[in-house]
Design a protein around this ligand. Structure first.
Ligand code: F6R
Length: 243
């Protein structure tokens, strides 16, 4: 693992965006695995502004998102599709037909999971996967459990995740309790992984990810087995790391 400790969120966002921009410059046909949540917002802001300056071109790229709340339409303001539109897709030239998301309204959830994995396969897999991390060590919505689920699947969100994300919903009752997520196997097949984390609330999850035993109780710990992982954390999240 390549661990990079930066001073603060501003530096994390700048460096994270630079890694993605370098990937797109090196391979304009890159398949980008993207995450939502608070952490990547600054990265997306930088990418949008680089595009607007004319230094980045996403016209040949594809994007595959990690997860989506089950039952929310794309138009729903709390959907991750809406988040991506708002923070990135509406500001860059990534063609709509190359934006991949689970269809959260699909009638047959199992079939939808199978179809999503097939789409990712057809794209040739993910070149660079951007990840955040949950306070409980989840990646995507792969929550702590007894095994590492390989394929895209539906999950019941853990209490820790429901508590962390409730702030985005008008009330706790309106928050979906289930989500689609790509599996750990899909994430591990990405050629490169970039995990970003800031703030004290992520410290313990990061420490277990980097130094802990590899266990599905800390889903991100599996990244110890990936040959090309970069973790960018700020001073609070990586306070245990001396470089
Ligand atoms: C979101 C996702 C989640 C988040 C994680 C951290 O697409 O896959 O794993 O990355 O919950 O969320 P934030 O960045 O809001 O702390």
């Amino acid at each position: 693992m390549n661990i990079i400790k930066v001073k603060n969120y501003r530096e994390l966002s700048y460096l994270g965006a630079k890694k993605i921009a370098d990937q797109v410059a090196e391979n304009p046909y890159s398949v980008l695995g993207l995450a939502t949540g608070a952490t990547p917002e600054g990265i997306y802001q930088h990418l949008a502004s680089e595009y607007q300056k004319g230094t980045l071109d996403f016209s040949q790229c594809s994007s595959v998102n990690l997860d989506e709340y089950k039952g929310l339409s794309r138009e729903d303001e709390q959907s991750y599709y809406h988040y991506m539109k708002q923070h990135l897709f509406s500001k860059i030239n990534l063609p709509e037909e190359r934006i991949y998301f689970p269809d959260a309204l699909a009638k047959d959830a199992q079939e939808e999971c199978r179809r999503y994995d097939e789409d990712i396969e057809k794209l040739g897999g993910v070149d660079l996967q951007l990840l955040g991390i949950g306070r409980n060590g989840h990646i995507g919505f792969n929550e702590p459990g007894d095994f590492f689920p390989a394929a895209t699947h539906c999950v019941s969100l853990s209490q820790s995740t429901l508590d962390a994300n409730a702030k985005y919903f008008p009330s706790k009752e309106e928050m979906p309790k289930e989500a689609y997520t790509v599996g750990i196997g899909v994430i591990m097949k990405a050629k490169k992984i970039l995990l970003v984390a800031n703030g004290e609330s992520k410290r313990e999850a990061l420490r277990r990810t980097i130094f802990g035993k590899v266990t599905p109780q800390t889903p991100a710990s599996i990244l110890q087995f990936h040959p090309n992982v970069t973790i960018i954390g700020d001073e609070e999240a990586l306070s245990f790391w001396n470089d």
